[in-house]
Design a protein. Structure first.
Length: 153
């Protein structure tokens, strides 16, 4: 059985051109998925600072923005993120940079929300490069996660 101790530290010398192995991919996907599945709960943590941002318009909808800064002890793909919530209060989008790989804007879409044990979960996660104007570069998907089922205990 293979293992890697301190997987985040293995990104320290990475650039965007450094090849990833299975551990890199698994660690990054786990950070994104954890972030994705624990909103809004982790936003109540003492290691999070929040500030309301300007609304964002996309696909004919207006989403409320929340700028979030995490302290170092919180494992997340980016210490600075902007969360966007639709008029129904559901997470729709997260803008962030890849702290593990140096600066590089990304956009994470959360969709196909479903109820599991009374908790609403976005069951589709797509991460794309973010263009300078804030739009996603949809021609390439950096990470795709689909959740079929979930249980909360």
């Amino acid at each position: 059985m293979a293992e890697r101790l301190d997987p985040r530290a293995r990104f320290d010398s990475h650039t965007r051109q450094t090849p990833w192995d299975d551990f890199h991919a698994a660690y990054f996907a786990a950070e994104v998925l954890w972030n994705h599945l624990t909103v809004p709960f982790h936003l109540l943590s003492s290691v999070v600072h929040m500030e309301e941002g300007k609304p964002w318009q996309e696909d004919g909808a207006v989403w409320q923005a929340l700028h979030v800064t995490y302290l170092d002890e919180f494992a997340t793909p980016s210490k600075q993120q902007t969360f966007y919530f639709g008029p129904e209060g559901l997470l729709r989008r997260i803008d962030f940079g890849f702290d593990l790989l140096g600066p590089g804007p990304a956009v994470h879409y959360a969709s196909r929300h479903r109820h599991f044990d009374g908790i609403v979960v976005p069951t589709r996660c797509r991460v794309h490069v973010r263009n300078p104007n804030g739009t996603p570069a949809l021609e390439s998907t950096f990470l795709a996660i689909d959740i079929e089922d979930a249980h909360y205990f």
